[in-house]
Design a protein around this ligand. Structure first.
Ligand code: AGP
Length: 608
C-alpha cells in the first residue's frame, strides 16, 4: 500500500520525510520519491526499489528545505519504475503530487487533458491528477485541487505542493486514509500516524470528501464543496508497533479482518451488471480468442493451488471448458501436452514463485497462451505473461496467505463468469452471480464479527496433535486450504480430504482426540456430508462444522457449529474459508507460535 509523508515547519524537511517513509515500509512498496521546496523552487527525486536507493540519490544534494513531501509506491497502474514512482509533476515542474488509491476514470481524464494539449510521461493513473490540478490552477492551490477532485471517480489520499506556494501542502482524502499532525511551529500530513509519531501525537484524521490546507502555523479543513470543518485535535496513545498493525496483534489477523474492506478492489470497475458480464481488459484476449479455448490449465503452488482448484469447479460448471489444475513443481518437469488452443493461468500472490514461473515459461515455450493472476504489480510472472488480472489485495505481510486467497478466488469467479457468459450463461444468470459477488464483502464482515466464538473453539482444541478437514465439491479445496493454514502457523499436523474419501483410510485416525472440521453447507451433497459427520461421531471424533445460516438440524449432530451466510454455491469458499483462517490464527497464538513469520517458511519461495 502506498505511503505518504508531508512536512512544513522550521526544521530541515529531508530527514523528517525520509525517516517518516521508513516508518511506513511495513505497508509494502516497490519505489519511493520525495519533493522538496526551497527558495529556488521545487526539487523532486525518485527511485525504484527501496528507500535506501532514494537516500543514495539525495546524498550529495544541498537543500535548505523546510517544506516537502515523500511517498512510497505500491504499484496498481503502471509497473514499478523510477518513471512511475511518485511524486508526479506538471509539465512546468511547479506542482508535485503524491497519491495513494486508484483513479478509476483516469483514461477519460487523460483523453480530456490530451485534447487540452497536456503531455503524459508515465502510464500511471496518478499523473492525470497533477495535470488536472494544473488545468484548474489560477492563483490558489487549494481551489485548484478542489476543482480537480470534483472530476475524479475513484479513491485517493493525496498531498500536493507548488513552488508558487512555498509554505503550503494541500491534502485530500477519498477512500485512502490521511492524517494531519500538529506540532510546535510545524505540521505534518501522513497516510498513518506511524510516520509522524516521533514528532507529535496530536492528530486530526481527515474523513472522505475532505481537503486540508496545511502550513507551519496550522491547517484549515473543508469539504470538497468548501464547507468549513472544525474537528478537534486527538491524542494518539498507540505505540508504533500497534499502529503498523492497526491495533491488531499480528499482520495476519489484520489481513484476515481487512478482507471485508479489500475484496471490493478485486471486482471494482470490473462488473457490467446490465449485460451480466465481468470486464477484464487485462486478459488481452479478444472474445473470439476466448471462445476458441478448448482446454484450460491452472498452475500454482500452496494456497494459490487451492484457489486454482476452486477455479476448476467454477469454470467447468459455468463455461463447460475442461480444466486441469497442476502443481507447478510437477507440471514443469512433465512433458505436458499443450497446443495453441490451450490457455494456462498462473496464479501467484507474489508473482515470483520459482516453480510457478518455470511452469509458466514451459507452457509458453510449448505454444500456450499464458495469463497471470497476480497480486504484486510488475512482478516477474505479471511481466512475462501474455496478459492477466491483478487481484488488488494490497500488500500481504503475513507469511500465511489469507486475503490473497480470497482475492484469487474472487478473480477466478469473475473469469469463470466471463467464460460462461461467452458460451451459454444467460444475462440473468450472469446478473445473479454479480449480485452475489457484490454482497460478499459485507457477508465476510458478518462472519468476522463471530470471531469470539471461533476463539472459544480454538481454546478447546489448541493442544490437539492432529486435525482432519473435510469438504465436498467446491469446498473440498477450502478444506485443503483450512488444513494448510493450521499446519503452517501452529505446526499441528492437519490434513484436508474429500469428505467421502475419509472412509478409504483416514477414518482409522478418528478417535476422541481427533478434531474434525467439516464444511457442511446446504448444497446438493449436504446429506452425504451429514453421513460422513455421523461416521466421525460414531468413532468419538469431535466435529466442528461450518454450516449455512438457518440450518438448525446440524447443531444437534456436531460438537460445534460456525454459521456463514447463504450465497451462490460457487462462491461459498469465499465465506467458508474465513472461520478456518480465524481458527488457525487463534490456535497458533494459543500455542505461542510466531504467527507472522512461521518457522521454516518464506513469504515468496523464489527457489526450487
Ligand atoms: C500459503 O499460506 C503459503 N504462504 C504458500 O503456500 C504460498 O501460497 C505459496 O508459496 C505460493 O506463493 P505465491 O502465491 O506467491 O506463488
Amino acid at each position: 500500500m502506498c505511503g505518504i509523508v508531508g512536512y512544513v515547519g522550521h526544521r530541515q524537511a529531508m530527514p523528517i520525510l525520509i525517516n517518516g517513509l521508513k516508518r511506513l515500509e511495513y505497508r509494502g512498496y516497490d519505489s519511493a520519491g520525495i519533493a522538496l521546496m526551497s527558495e529556488t523552487g521545487l526539487t523532486v527525486a525518485k527511485e525504484s526499489g527501496k528507500i535506501a536507493r532514494l537516500e543514495q540519490a539525495l546524498a550529495d544534494m544541498e537543500c535548505d528545505c523546510t517544506h516537502g513531501m515523500a511517498h512510497t509506491r505500491w504499484a496498481t497502474h503502471g509497473e514499478p519504475s523510477q518513471l512511475n514512482a511518485h511524486p508526479h509533476t506538471d509539465s512546468d515542474h511547479e506542482i508535485a503530487l503524491v497519491h495513494n488509491g486508484i483513479i478509476e476514470n483516469y483514461r477519460a481524464l487523460r483523453e480530456f487533458l490530451g485534447r487540452q494539449g497536456f503531455i503524459f510521461r508515465t502510464e500511471t493513473d496518478t499523473e492525470v491528477l497533477v495535470h488536472l490540478i494544473r488545468f484548474h490552477y489560477k492563483d490558489n492551490l487549494t481551489d485548484a485541487v478542489r476543482a480537480a477532485l470534483t472530476q475524479v471517480d475513484g479513491t485517493y489520499g493525496i498531498a500536493v505542493v507548488s513552488s508558487r506556494h512555498p509554505r503550503v501542502i494541500v491534502a485530500a482524502r477519498m477512500g485512502s486514509p490521511l492524517v494531519l499532525g500538529r506540532g510546535d511551529g510545524e505540521n505534518f500530513v501522513a497516510s498513518d500516524v506511524s510516520a509522524m509519531l516521533e514528532h507529535t501525537n496530536k492528530v486530526v484524521y481527515l474523513t472522505d470528501g475532505e481537503i486540508a490546507t496545511v502550513t507551519s502555523e496550522g491547517f484549515d479543513v473543508t469539504t470538497i464543496q468548501n464547507v468549513k470543518i472544525d474537528r478537534p485535535i486527538e491524542e494518539v496513545s498507540w505505540t508504533l508497533d500497534q499502529i503498523e498493525k492497526e491495533g491488531y496483534d499480528h499482520f495476519m489477523l489484520k489481513e484476515i479482518h481487512e478482507q471485508s474492506r479489500t475484496l471490493p478492489n478485486a471486482f471494482r470497475g470490473r462488473l457490467n451488471w446490465d449485460e451480466g458480464i465481468p470486464r477484464l481488459g487485462g486478459l488481452n484476449m479478444q472474445i473470439d480468442e476466448l471462445r476458441r479455448i478448448k482446454r484450460i490449465i491452472i498452475t500454482a503452488c500452496g494456497t494459490s493451488w487451492h484457489a486454482s482448484l476452486i477455479g476448476e469447479y467454477q469454470i467447468e460448471e459455468l463455461a463447460r471448458v475442461p480444466v486441469e489444475v497442476e502443481y507447478a513443481s510437477e507440471f514443469r518437469y512433465r512433458s505436458p501436452i499443450i497446443d495453441e488452443n490451450t490457455l494456462l493461468f498462473a496464479i501467484s500472490q507474489s508473482g515470483e514463485t520459482a516453480d510457478t514461473l518455470a511452469a509458466m515459461r514451459e507452457a509458453k515455450h510449448r505454444g500456450a497462451t499464458v495469463l497471470g493472476l497476480v497480486n504484486v504489480v510488475g512482478s516477474t510472472i505479471a511481466r512475462e505473461s501474455d496478459g492477466g488480472v491483478y487481484i488488488h489485495a494490497g500488500p500481504e505481510i503475513g507469511v500465511a496467505s489469507t486475503k490473497a486467497f480470497t482475492h484469487q478466488v474472487m478473480v477466478v469467479s469473475l473469469i469463470a463468469t466471463l467464460l460462461g457468459r461467452m458460451r451459454h450463461l444467460s444475462v440473468q444468470q450472469g446478473q445473479e452471480i454479480i449480485d452475489a459477488i457484490q454482497k460478499i464483502p459485507d457477508q465476510v464482515q458478518e462472519i468476522l464479527e463471530a470471531e469470539e466464538q471461533v476463539k472459544q473453539i480454538a481454546d478447546e482444541y489448541y493442544k490437539a496433535n492432529n486435525f482432519l478437514y473435510l469438504g465436498r465439491g467446491i469446498n473440498f479445496p477450502t478444506a485443503l486450504e483450512g488444513a494448510l493454514k493450521l499446519k503452517e502457523i501452529s505446526y499441528i499436523h492437519a490434513e484436508g480430504y474429500p469428505a467421502a474419501e475419509m472412509k478409504h483410510g483416514p477414518i482409522a485416525l478418528i478417535d476422541k482426540s481427533m478434531p474434525v472440521v467439516v464444511i457442511a453447507l446446504q448444497d446438493p451433497v449436504y446429506d452425504k456430508v451429514m453421513s460422513n459427520i455421523a461416521e466421525v461421531r460414531a468413532r468419538k471424533g469431535k466435529v466442528i462444522a461450518i454450516a449455512t445460516e438457518g440450518d438448525t438440524e446440524i447443531a444437534e449432530r456436531v460438537n460445534h457449529v460456525i454459521y456463514i451466510p447463504k450465497t451462490n454455491r460457487l462462491l461459498t469458499p469465499l465465506l467458508s474459508i474465513i472461520p478456518l483462517q480465524l481458527l488457525a490464527y487463534h490456535i497458533a497464538v494459543m500455542r505461542g507460535c510466531h504467527v507472522d513469520q512461521p518457522r521454516n517458511l518464506a513469504k515468496s519461495v523464489t527457489v526450487e
